[in-house]
Design a protein around this ligand. Structure first.
Ligand code: ATR
Length: 294
């Protein structure tokens, strides 16, 4: 889809407000499409750009964004946790889970960190899975910044029993300890990353938050045939839309959902924080699917 050059030239001018996303990698990000489309739909003078920022450049990169007057930015892998100490203030969710995915740069240069992942995940899960979480056993894969948002979302929705498995087991143990303290009514159990340790036959919901999705060779970790037939497998990865994990789950006749809904809803909350305007979510979602399936 190409934009006529005169519209593009008129759209960006000396008053344009800059937003963006930092990540390593960042080339796969769909956030520029989402936010630029939302701003154009609403007639707002904003431009949202991708910034490839390596972990060892995070602090200097953030200073650079502040210096050139960027109004705000999102953070994707692997910066969500490392951003926390760079913030002047944090909203309650970012503070609780110690991960930031949305930053506002105020006029005076102060940085305020938010986390909109839990909100985005919750909205997306509600749209595709109507079962109450209270009586379910849930398996979460991963122990990074995204896992923190997903765990917070699940627990806020009433989940009581969560098994947490991560390649680096110590991180699963640390996160389980943290969330068991934050949500004393729930039980988060760290599980060793080994096929025979996973309580799959009890789990009606599996959420993958690992950054790569499961590659075909890694999917042997999960014997999806053991899951109950009505289980939902949710992959927060959205590129490709049908990840190896989701495709294996679909073959087993299980319900599957990719991370596009979470991406849009976490982005919608960030967009509202920056612009004060509601993102036209349904329209953006339709156009995003068109883009990805064209
Ligand atoms: P994000 O903010 O997207 O969560 P992150 O904090 O870097 O990014 O976390 C990445 C997650 O993907 C971690 O759980 C990581 O496992 P480790 O803690 O062991 O590093 C997981 N991950 C990344 N590559 C993986 C792979 N090849 N196999 C399994 N897990 C992987």
């Amino acid at each position: 889809m190409s934009i006529p050059s005169e519209i593009f030239a008129r759209a960006i001018n000396g008053q344009t407000n800059l937003l963006g996303v930092i990540g390593d990698p960042v080339h796969h990000s769909l956030s520029p499409f989402i936010h630029n489309l939302a701003a154009a739909e609403l007639g707002l003078n904003y431009c949202y750009l991708p910034f490839h920022l390596c972990p060892d450049q995070l602090s200097v990169g953030v200073d650079g964004l502040r210096a050139i007057g960027v109004k705000g930015f999102n953070a994707t892998i692997p910066h969500k946790e490392a951003l926390v100490p760079l913030m002047d203030t944090l909203d309650p969710m970012a503070k609780m889970i110690a991960a930031v995915n949305t930053v506002v740069i105020h006029e005076d240069g102060r940085l305020h960190g938010y986390n909109t992942d839990a909100y985005g995940f919750t909205k997306a899960l509600q749209a595709c899975f109507s079962v109450s979480l209270e009586s379910l056993s849930i398996l979460v894969l991963g122990g990074g910044g995204a896992a923190r948002g997903v765990l917070a979302g699940l627990l806020q929705m009433g989940a009581k029993q969560i098994f947490l498995v991560n390649r680096t087991h110590s991180k699963a143990v640390q996160l389980a300890d943290m969330f068991n303290q934050l949500f004393p009514g729930a039980l988060i159990t760290p599980i060793v990353w080994a096929a025979d340790q996973l309580p799959l036959s009890q789990c009606q919901l599996v959420v993958n938050t690992t950054s790569l999705g499961l590659k075909a060779e890694e999917s042997s970790l999960l014997d999806l045939a053991l899951l109950p037939k009505q289980a939902l497998v949710y992959d927060i990865v959205y590129s490709p839309l049908m990840t190896p994990l989701l495709s294996a789950a679909k073959e087993q006749g299980l319900q599957v959902e990719n991370g596009l809904g979470m991406l849009i809803h976490q982005g919608a909350r960030a967009f509202e924080i920056w612009t004060g305007e509601k993102m036209p979510v349904t329209k953006i979602k339709t156009q995003l699917y068109d883009l990805l399936t064209f």
